[in-house]
Design a protein around this ligand. Structure first.
Ligand SMILES: Cc1ncc(COP(=O)(O)O)c(C=O)c1O
Ligand SMILES: N[C@@H](CCCC[NH3+])C(=O)O
Length: 418
């Protein structure tokens, strides 16, 4: 987390002390570093310079408008999975022609809107979806550029909940059916086959599974060419992992280098859809210790952030570092479970963490920029946290904390007499 460091014992984001951020915006609060987001994106973009290539940031990882806008200003493309994400990207200044639309269940109204604004490509995930895109495009008197998400049946070696490239997973068309489906699509009048897509899972820490998948795709590209179906671009999805604790994932440069080497002089455009590796380590969630509850048996630090704010630890047993915002000179560390106020035993952000704590202390949950706020909920009628973005020594509130009014918006009671 390069953009987060201690200076004189106080954790900073860029040039701002995080205790000041917490004081101003309250806790829990998500804090993003603009610089870290930009550098992570440029790692991809620069490794692809001079190629026919597009880096389409996976909006699902963090869809805050300010995050999207920072990336749009750098010329990023976007990978979306819903109408909501499409509208966010457009509002943030992203260009429709740089948007790819993924996801297994695209609805007719979503397809229609995507056609209307002129997105780059639909990543189609089933034969039924192909028929739907062809029909909707016909109704709109348009031709949709499409690629199929091919499920190559490779083991990404990641958590089972976030592995997507095995034949047991719901994603994509089976590689064994792909030739037939591509040839069928090639004969339809309102779709135009342009690419091949693949996304085998998230938080991958090795290059090998990506290369296995790519090998299989290239065999398919060649078989299709023999059948007269030309593939113009390969979309290799996202999935590159980050360091949460001691993982050593390949850098984007190393990963892209390996891809380019395998492609040799093939004339294929490239799309990548990174999410986590752009934003995870560009964000922390700040939370405050409410109480310490220590017994002979166990120590709990009850904090004001909970599973509704950051669900990854509860959902995947994911580990995220939790560090003090101010280093304490006196006192001793104890081993704590860091638990929130939500009424669930599974409500924890960290277990067995050695920390020197007092009630009132501020903590930073690290690597919280991806799949953090976006997966938060209002469980226990808790308002969702504020989000702020740091730019050098300035901080901007990029999403206000929800209010009690927000929490009940749209709800009504049955009328009298019922
Ligand atoms: C189709 C698709 N593309 C891109 C991503 C982004 O993945 P990651 O955040 O692991 O880079 C995902 C999520 O796993 C996805 O499902
Ligand atoms: N939400 C997951 C990753 C899923 C990726 C989306 N396809 C996580 O926090 O790790």
């Amino acid at each position: 987390m390069d953009s987060f460091e201690y200076r004189d014992g106080r954790l900073h984001c860029e040039d701002l002390a995080l205790d000041k951020v917490a004081e101003r915006f309250g806790t829990p609060v998500y804090v993003y570093s603009r610089d870290a987001i930009e550098r992570a994106y440029l790692n991809y973009a620069q490794a692809l310079e001079g190629r026919d290539a597009l880096v389409c940031y996976a909006v699902k990882a963090n869809s805050n408008l300010a995050v999207l806008n920072v990336l749009a200003r750098l010329g990023a493309g976007f990978d979306i999975v819903s109408l909501g994400e499409l509208e966010r990207v457009l509002k943030a200044g992203g260009l429709a022609k740089n948007i790819v639309f993924s996801g297994v269940g695209k609805q007719a109204h979503e397809i229609k809107r995507a056609l209307e604004v002129g997105i780059r490509c639909f990543n189609i995930e089933s034969e039924a979806e192909l028929e739907r895109v062809n029909t909707v495009a016909g109704e709109c008197q348009q031709i949709a550029d499409i690629s199929f998400r091919v499920n190559p049946d490779v083991d990404a070696g990641t958590h089972p909940y976030i592995s997507t490239g095995l034949k047991d997973n719901k994603f994509g068309i089976a590689i064994t059916d792909a030739e037939r489906i591509y040839c069928h699509a090639n004969g339809l009048s309102h779709v135009n086959v342009v690419g091949m897509d693949c996304h085998i899972g998230s938080q991958l820490t090795e290059i090998a599974p990506f290369m296995d998948a790519l090998d299989r795709l290239l065999v398919l590209v060649d078989k299709l060419a023999e059948q007269g179906v030309q593939i113009h671009h390969l979309d290799l999805g996202g999935g590159l992992g980050v360091c949460y604790t001691d993982e050593t994932p390949p850098t984007p440069q190393a990963y892209i280098g390996a891809v380019l080497e395998k492609l040799g002089d093939r004339a294929l455009g490239l799309i990548f859809e990174p999410g986590r590796s752009i934003v995870a380590n560009a964000g922390v969630m700040l939370t405050q210790v409410e109480f310490l509850k220590c017994t002979d048996h166990k120590n709990f630090a009850i904090i004001d952030g909970a599973m509704n704010d950051l669900i990854r630890p509860s959902l995947y047993s994911a580990y995220q570092d939790i560090i003090p915002v101010a280093l304490r000179k006196e006192g001793e560390a104890k081993t704590y479970d860091l638990v929130g106020p939500v009424c669930e035993t599974g409500d924890f952000l960290g277990k067995d963490r050695d920390l020197n704590l007092q009630a009132g202390d501020l903590l930073a949950v690290c690597s919280a920029g991806a799949y953090g706020f976006v997966m938060s909920s209002n469980y226990n009628t808790r308002p969702r946290a504020a989000e702020v973005m740091v730019d050098d020594n300035e901080v901007f509130e990029v999403r206000a904390r929800e209010t009690l009014v927000d929490l009940m918006r749209g709800e009504v009671m049955l009328p009298k007499g019922h």
